[in-house]
Design a protein around this ligand. Structure first.
Ligand code: HEM
Length: 305
């Protein structure tokens, strides 16, 4: 089994794993961030009642999606480890769950995946339920960080990884929450402006945490070599991701300094809604590249092997 488990670490990116991780990561990161959006934004002063059904529907769909992807994740990993087709890998699943670190992590977090679905589908959700969702999804994100490349670079790298995932989840989800509120909530312009300012503040801090934690993780994976950054597959995927992130930060900056201050005005609100939509699409792409990065052996691994 050890030979089988190490096979994937030497070759190219494990795109099939990344294709499963991408939607699962989006689901987990957005469940984490959107539940915190509900906890922090839905106060008695601004109940967001008209948006709540849409926000909880998104949480339900994402919780069901991540639960449905769980068995797919173990099957794809088993087929990668053994180098066999998915159909043949079915018989290997019990062995993978019993004997591999991935299998143990999967087993330990599967109950949390189930809990996410239960917490979202039980009727009459509220802020307390949203708080429990944030804690449970944070647990799974932490497990992902502990199962990631960061584990080979030490505790600080694991903490940076978790902080990075959480910041990504907050940025994407607070934008998604604002996009829905801007679309649905017939709240008075002042209240909308207030929510837009609070969302912008949260996104600003998330970007800062993403840049610092991402920079640290990139250094751990690549070192300080421009050569390795430019010519390694890991480096090239990272450059593509940072480019997309850079465009999203640019749009976010424009929103923050030009549109949010005028968010009480309907034209600015419409432009903000449109720009936030574009920013969201870019960030979902960045998460896709992140999933590919997480399934590509970092150059510094080779030195450690
Ligand atoms: C300057 C910007 C950024 C840098 C330098 C950066 C760098 C990194 C690095 C090095 C990793 C570790 C990959 C690995 O080896 O496992 C990572 C993971 C990740 N990044 Fe970023 N990142 C940046 C921006 C973003 C943005 C904008 C998002 C999304 C909104 C994002 C989402 C993620 C996620 C979700 C992971 C975890 C992937 C997984 O566990 O499958 N990052 N990032």
């Amino acid at each position: 089994m050890a030979g089988m488990a190490a096979m994937g670490a030497i070759g190219g990116p494990l795109t099939d794993r990344a294709m499963v991780d991408w939607p699962a990561l989006i689901a987990l990161a957005v469940i984490f961030g959107l539940s915190l959006f509900i906890v922090t934004m839905a106060s008695p002063r601004s109940p967001l009642d008209a948006s709540m059904p849409a926000l909880w529907m998104i949480l339900r769909v994402l919780a069901a999606a991540q639960l449905a992807l769980w068995p797919v994740k173990v099957l794809v990993n088993a087929s990668d480890m053994a180098g066999v087709a998915l159909r043949q890998a079915i018989a290997l699943v019990p062995e993978v769950l019993r004997e591999t670190r991935f299998g143990h992590d999967w087993r330990n977090t599967a109950p949390l995946a189930l809990l996410l679905a239960l917490l979202t589908w039980i009727p009459r959700p509220g802020r307390l339920r949203a708080g429990l969702l944030a804690i449970a999804s944070a647990g799974i994100l932490l497990a992902w960080a502990l199962a990631s490349h960061a584990i080979d670079f030490g505790k600080v790298a694991v903490a940076a990884y978790f902080g990075h995932e959480a910041a990504a989840g907050l940025w994407v989800s607070f934008l998604a929450g604002l996009w829905i509120v801007a679309r649905r909530e017939n709240i008075d312009p002042r209240s909308f402006e207030n929510i837009a300012k609070r969302v912008s503040r949260c996104c600003g801090w998330s970007v800062l945490v993403l840049l610092l934690s991402g920079g640290y993780l990139a250094y751990m994976a690549l070192g300080l070599s421009i050569e390795v950054l430019a010519h390694s597959l890991y480096g090239q995927i990272l450059l593509a991701k940072v480019t997309i992130a850079g465009v999203a930060v640019g749009i976010g900056g424009y929103n923050r300094y030009r549109l949010v201050p005028a968010a009480a005005d309907s034209p600015a609100r419409k432009s903000l809604w449109r720009n936030v939509g574009v920013e969201l699409i870019l960030l979902l792409g960045a998460v896709g590249l992140a999933a590919l990065l997480a399934n590509t052996p970092p150059p510094r691994y080779h030195h450690m092997m």
